[in-house]
Write a new protein. Sequence first.
Length: 209
Amino acid sequence: MGSKNGCGCCSCLCGCLFSCLLSLIFQILFTLLIILALAGFIFWLIFRPNEVKFHVTDASLTQFNFSTGDNNLHYNLALNVSVRNPNKRIGIYYDRIEANAYYQGQRFDTETLTPFYQGHKNTTVLSPVFQGQRLLTLGSGDVSKFDSEKTDGTFGVSLRLNLRIRAKLGWIKIGHFKPKIKCGLKVPLKSNGTLSAAAFETTKCDFDL
Ligand SMILES: *[C@@H]1O[C@H](CO)[C@@H](O)[C@H](O)[C@H]1NC(C)=O
Ligand SMILES: *[C@@H]1O[C@H](CO)[C@@H](O)[C@H](O)[C@H]1NC(C)=O
Ligand SMILES: *[C@@H]1O[C@H](CO)[C@@H](O)[C@H](O)[C@H]1NC(C)=O
Ligand SMILES: *[C@@H]1O[C@H](CO)[C@@H](O)[C@H](O)[C@H]1NC(C)=O
């Protein structure tokens, strides 16, 4: 009897240990799942359609000169990019903002902009300025495209923003997310203070996934 009882007690103890361990594992898995779901939910809140919006509201191009002699592009381009966070609860830390300017698929300049925090329902205007010269390897087709754009007075330039952000919801901060934003622009050249084509129109940017 006594020995039987002892054995029963032992197996009871082992069973209890086993079930305790099992429930601990389940609790850990469950917590991980909740955290992942929360991160996914916040990512969705920010990047679902019609949430954070990027628009290029103004562009000033005072020099855009490619010479086939030395294959150098001389450029001076100033942009205003408005960033709108329409969310009621989520604030966004823009920890890294890298602005890249491209012409015919080739990057000609990169500017790193000052990081900032954007509260909810707020709009921030970024003003990257690209100025300098860069060696570009344009094929003959690209050069003739340049020539025709020069005749038109409007150049097709694209802006790409590589971001690293964190989201803030109450006291919770979640990140990093690394969205990429792409804006295809038609920028009129302003030579000697006068526009050579129609004025720049506000352009909406897209997420580049
Ligand atoms: C951008 O915004 C600033 C301040 O509102 C303004 O002075 C400037 O003319 C705008 N345009 C460009 C191309 O920077
Ligand atoms: C364009 O570049 C060529 C060669 O570098 C130079 O002679 C010319 O003055 C430049 N034009 C402008 C408007 O910068
Ligand atoms: C937007 O953020 C700026 C800087 O943090 C702040 O000065 C401004 O009051 C905010 N605007 C709104 C509408 O919350
Ligand atoms: C630029 O504009 C000024 C005054 O508006 C004028 O005197 C000058 O001749 C112009 N230069 C060129 C190269 O068109």
